[in-house]
Design a protein around this ligand. Structure first.
Ligand SMILES: C[S@@+](CC[C@H](N)C(=O)[O-])C[C@H]1O[C@@H](n2cnc3c(N)ncnc32)[C@H](O)[C@@H]1O
Length: 215
């Protein structure tokens, strides 16, 4: 049993009809184990750029139908897959890995960046990816989780910073308040009056104020 709310939540998003899960940057392989144990997948491909984490995954996934590949992102992956999970990395690194993603409309993606979700959304909209859902969970830290497929998506600044779908969900307000507080501390400390962080803070504050009192 994995006591990790973030990974358990990601596993819960996996469709029952998923055939082969590609977990890029698998580390300990916990997500794959959870997906198998929940009866969600038939096979998995576990990749990691580092030998030590891949060996940890191998140890945790003996007797499971898993192909292990030591590689950077998609580069060494030759077999087919229908779901890709890239979780627990920075937004820029996830975007960089996605540059090698296949141009296949049937593949689904679950992405969980530890930071820079705005940069990741910018990359997705500029590279023929479409966000189909967004989630926020709190497991000591806030984690934003994106469900993505191939397709066109036009976003504005508010969408990049708040999330085009996340901004419609009422549970996101406490996350936005948390972010606003953090940005505002930096702004006050450095006496900032302009720049990206000021823009982000203004967008957050405007959204928080507009949604005040909404149930
Ligand atoms: C913090 S762990 C996250 C593990 C797991 N995905 C999770 O969400 O808990 C990040 C893992 O990604 C691996 N990694 C970093 N860059 C990578 C890349 N370009 N391709 C594949 N794996 C990578 C690291 O070696 C590490 O094991």
């Amino acid at each position: 049993m994995i006591k990790n709310k973030r990974l358990n939540f990601i596993a819960s998003l996996i469709d029952k009809n998923t055939n082969i899960l590609l977990d890029i940057g698998t580390d300990h392989g916990y997500l794959i184990k959870k997906a198998f144990d929940n009866g969600k997948i038939r096979k998995a491909i576990a990749t990691d750029i580092n030998e030590l984490p891949l060996n940890n995954a191998k140890n945790n996934l003996t007797n499971y139908n898993v192909e292990f590949i030591l590689t950077d992102g998609f580069k060494g992956v030759k077999s087919e897959f229908d779901l890709v999970v890239i979780a627990g990395m920075g937004g820029n690194l996830i975007a960089n890995i996605l540059k090698d993603a296949p141009n296949n409309n049937d593949i689904k993606y679950i992405l969980q960046a530890n930071n820079k979700n705005d940069k990741l959304r910018r990359f997705l909209s500029a590279n023929n990816f479409k966000i189909t859902n967004e989630h926020i969970i709190n497991d000591k830290h806030y984690y934003v989780i994106l469900e993505v497929v191939r397709g066109e998506m036009v976003l504005n600044n508010e969408d990049y910073y708040l999330g085009p779908i996340l901004k419609t969900k009422k549970e996101s307000i406490t996350y936005y308040k948390h972010l606003y507080k953090w940005y505002n501390t930096i702004i006050q400390k450095n006496g900032l009056t302009e720049g990206e962080i000021v823009l982000k803070a203004n967008i957050l504050l405007n959204h928080i104020e507009t949604n005040k009192g909404k149930k």
